[in-house]
Design a protein around this ligand. Structure first.
Ligand SMILES: [Zn+2]
Length: 321
């Protein structure tokens, strides 16, 4: 904690906000540094430098605010996210303009795009706003939450596609299909939207969420894109999300998928690789990364959740509880 100031930014994934979230969560009470973090984040918000997404931007800062009981700050963050939405008729969405993208992405996407993944896009933002709505009774968020859900439903891929949601939507090209993961695709979106599906009165929303989850459960292993074990886009993250979908719905299809992916995760394990045989990325450098999102701590927590009768709380940071 003494070296908190060395963290490069205020984001939840790799900045000081994530570290103070973790400390607060482990202690079961807000960190003594929570006030300093709120001050720093308000400064960053005033400077307009933070994007709106969960892992790298404002929605993640709001997760920290909720975890530490700073509801006024959570409401302020949510209102900033809501104000930054574009609206078109009854739709709301958050375009990422080219100048907001990293240099390598800017050359690939010269007109920008709208991100449809949970980590950096619409489902994660909806999940965050819905939680603030529930915690603070801020009814002014209803319009943008409902508009974003309508936008997401409107951009479903045609039936018969491998996934219902594309990773991104952009003007000049047909959308492509998504992998099986929390960060992008149907599984993550279903898992973060299922807890709020009955809170938002948008026609067909629960049906949409169920269809996302069913399509994810039917995804063939060979086309899933899963090549490692981490929470973000690895096999143990897949297990944990299907486990959560089953716990809330009682639907046996999601239990079957969780068990199937648990077997796959064990088969993928390389006992002589790294500290545990589970790995975050298929490279020696990143294999034993300790972090929650793609590293060993997230894998360990997902394994514990699979065998422990006690309901986990840590997955609030992924909007899974
Ligand atoms: Zn990922």
């Amino acid at each position: 904690m003494d070296r908190l100031g060395d963290c490069p930014g205020g984001d939840l994934q790799s900045g000081f906000t994530g570290i103070v979230w973790a400390e607060s969560h482990i202690r079961g009470q807000p960190s003594e540094l929570a006030g300093d973090v709120e001050f720093a984040l308000r400064e960053l918000m005033r400077g307009g430098v933070l994007p709106v997404d969960a892992l790298g931007g404002l929605s993640g800062c709001g997760v920290f605010a909720l975890e530490t009981g700073r509801l006024e700050f959570a409401r302020a963050v949510a209102e900033a996210v809501a104000e930054s939405a574009y609206s078109e008729g009854s739709y709301a969405y958050w375009p990422q303009r080219p100048e907001q993208l990293p240099a390598d992405a800017r050359s690939l996407f010269p007109t920008g795009y709208v991100n449809c993944g949970t980590a950096h896009g619409t489902p994660g933002i909806i999940a965050f706003l819905s939680r603030v709505r529930a915690a603070t009774k801020t009814a002014t968020l209803d319009r943008v939450i409902q508009g974003a859900i309508r936008w997401l439903i409107e951009h479903e891929l045609p039936s018969g596609s491998l996934s219902n949601l594309p990773p991104i939507v952009r003007r000049e090209q047909c959308p492509t299909q998504s992998r099986l993961a929390w960060c992008y695709g149907d599984l993550g979106a279903a898992a973060v939207l299922q807890p709020v599906e009955n809170d938002v009165p948008v026609r067909d929303f629960p049906c949409f969420v169920e269809q996302l989850a069913v399509t994810a459960a039917d995804m063939p292993t060979s086309r899933s894109g899963v090549i490692d074990h981490g929470m973000c886009h690895g096999a143990l993250g897949v297990v944990h999300q299907f486990n959560r979908l089953h716990e809330r719905s009682g639907d046996g299809r999601f239990l079957d998928a969780a068990i199937r992916w648990f077997d796959i995760a064990l088969q993928m394990r390389r006992p002589k690789a790294g500290r545990s045989g589970f790995f975050g990325k298929d490279s020696d450098r990143a294999r034993d990364a300790p972090g929650l999102v793609a590293g060993l701590s997230g894998m360990g927590l997902a394994l514990l959740a699979a065998i422990d009768a006690e309901e986990p709380q840590w997955d609030r940071v992924f909007f899974l509880s």
